[in-house]
Ligand binder design. Structure first.
Ligand SMILES: *[C@@H]1O[C@H](CO)[C@@H](O)[C@H](O)[C@H]1NC(C)=O
Ligand SMILES: *[C@@H]1O[C@H](CO)[C@@H](O)[C@H](O)[C@H]1NC(C)=O
Ligand SMILES: *[C@@H]1O[C@H](CO)[C@@H](O)[C@H](O)[C@H]1NC(C)=O
Ligand SMILES: *[C@@H]1O[C@H](CO)[C@@H](O)[C@H](O)[C@H]1NC(C)=O
Ligand SMILES: *[C@@H]1O[C@H](CO)[C@@H](O)[C@H](O)[C@H]1NC(C)=O
Length: 308
C-alpha cells in the first residue's frame, strides 16, 4: 500500500491550485491578425483585437489599452466604463475609437481614421477583465503611385550611336517602389540605371529612374513600376523610330528647299543662255550673209564698172 504523508499532501494541493490558476489564465484568449494590416493612405484602419472572457462581465470591469509597441506611447485607453485619453499621443487625438457595443461582445478593435505614413508600425492591444492578455499587430500603409511618365533627353536631333537618357517618373506612392526597365522584347535592362526616391512632407515618395542607352533605330524602352504592397502599378514606354533619328525635320526641309531652288535657277540659266547663244548665232549668220551680199554687190558693182 502506498500512503502519502501530510507534508506531501499539502505540496500536491498547492501544485493543483497553481495549475488551476494557470488554466484560468490560459482561458483568456486574445486574437489579433498574424499578417500585417495593409491600409491605404487617407483611409480608415480597423485594428482587430478580440478576446474571449471567462465569464460574463460588466463594461465597468473592463480595461482596454492600445499602445505603440516600440515607444509604449498611448494610442487609446478605456477603463471604468469610459475612454481614457488624458495621456494619448497627440497625433492620435480625435482619430481613434472603440465601439462600446462591440466591447461587451469581446471585441476591442480600434478604429483609426485617416491613416498617414507615420502611423505605420506595431500596435499592442492589452485587455483585462478578470485576468489579462496582450498581443501585437503590424500596420502597414500603402499609397498607389501616379502613372509613370517617360521622357527623352535630347528629344530630337538624334543620330544612331548617340547616348540617350530616358527618365521615368511617378509620384505620391508608398512604400518604396521597384522600377524595372525592359526593351521591346521584354528583356530586363540592368545597366546604367539610376533610381532615386524623394519623400514629401506626408512621407509619400516620388521615384525617378534614369536609363542611359546608346541609340539604335526601332527600339522600345518600357518602365514598369512595382509597389511591393500593391503589386504592379503601371508602365510607360517610348519607341524610337526613324522619325526621331537622322535629319531633324527642319534641316531636312531647308535642304530640300535649297536644292529645288538651285535646280530651278540652273534650268532658268540654261534656258536664258541657250536663247542668247541661238540669238547671237543667228545674228552672226545674218551678218555674214549681209556681208556676202554686200560683197557680191560690191563685186557686181566692180563688174559693172569693168563692163562699162
Ligand atoms: C479634437 O476635437 C476637438 C473638438 O472637436 C477640438 O477642440 C480639438 O482641437 C481637436 N484636436 C485635434 C488635434 O484635432
Ligand atoms: C469588431 O468591431 C469592429 C468595429 O469596431 C468591426 O469592424 C469588426 O468586424 C469586429 N470584429 C469582430 C470579430 O466582430
Ligand atoms: C526582370 O526582373 C524582375 C524583377 O527583378 C523579375 O521578376 C523578372 O522575372 C525579370 N524578367 C526577366 C525576363 O528577366
Ligand atoms: C553606360 O554608360 C556609359 C557612359 O555613360 C557608356 O559608356 C556605356 O556604353 C553604357 N552602357 C550601356 C550598356 O549602355
Ligand atoms: C522598324 O520597324 C518597322 C515597323 O515595325 C519596320 O517596317 C522597319 O523595317 C523597321 N526598320 C528597321 C531598320 O528595323
Amino acid at each position: 500500500m502506498c500512503s502519502l504523508n501530510p507534508p506531501s499532501m499539502t505540496m500536491l494541493s498547492l501544485l493543483l491550485t497553481a495549475m488551476m490558476a494557470l488554466q484560468t489564465m490560459a482561458v483568456m484568449e486574445l486574437n489579433v491578425p498574424d499578417q500585417p494590416v495593409v491600409v491605404l493612405h487617407g483611409r480608415d484602419a480597423v485594428l482587430d483585437c478580440s478576446f474571449s472572457p471567462t465569464s460574463a462581465f460588466k463594461l465597468s470591469d473592463l480595461t482596454v489599452f492600445w499602445q505603440l509597441t516600440d515607444t509604449k506611447r498611448s494610442v487609446h485607453g478605456y477603463w471604468g466604463g469610459s475612454d481614457q485619453l488624458a495621456d494619448q499621443a497627440e497625433r492620435f487625438a480625435n482619430r481613434t475609437s472603440l465601439s462600446p457595443a462591440q466591447l461587451g461582445l469581446g471585441n476591442a478593435s480600434l478604429l483609426l481614421s485617416s491613416v498617414v505614413v507615420a502611423d505605420e508600425g506595431s500596435y499592442t492591444c492589452f485587455v483585462r477583465v478578470q485576468d489579462y492578455a496582450s498581443a501585437a499587430l503590424l500596420l502597414q500603409v500603402a499609397a498607389p503611385y501616379s502613372k509613370p511618365v517617360v521622357t527623352l533627353e535630347p528629344e530630337s536631333s538624334l543620330r544612331p550611336g548617340d547616348e540617350l537618357a530616358l527618365t521615368c517618373v511617378a509620384y505620391g506612392g508608398y512604400p518604396e517602389a521597384d522600377v524595372i526597365w525592359q526593351d521591346g522584347s521584354g528583356r530586363n535592362l540592368t545597366d546604367n540605371i539610376t533610381t532615386s526616391l524623394v519623400a514629401n512632407e506626408e512621407g509619400l515618395f516620388t521615384v525617378t529612374s534614369v536609363l542611359t542607352v546608346v541609340l539604335e533605330p526601332n527600339s522600345t524602352y518600357s518602365c514598369r513600376l512595382i509597389n511591393p504592397l500593391l503589386g504592379e502599378e503601371g508602365h510607360a514606354f517610348v519607341t524610337i523610330t526613324g522619325q526621331n533619328i537622322a535629319f531633324p525635320p527642319v534641316a531636312l526641309w531647308v535642304t530640300v528647299g535649297l536644292a529645288v531652288c538651285l535646280l530651278v535657277l540652273l534650268i532658268a540659266l540654261a534656258a536664258v543662255c541657250s536663247r542668247k547663244i541661238k540669238e547671237s548665232c543667228e545674228e552672226a549668220r545674218r551678218e555674214a550673209e549681209e556681208a556676202k551680199e554686200l560683197e557680191e554687190e560690191e563685186s557686181k558693182t566692180a563688174m559693172t564698172l569693168l563692163n562699162s
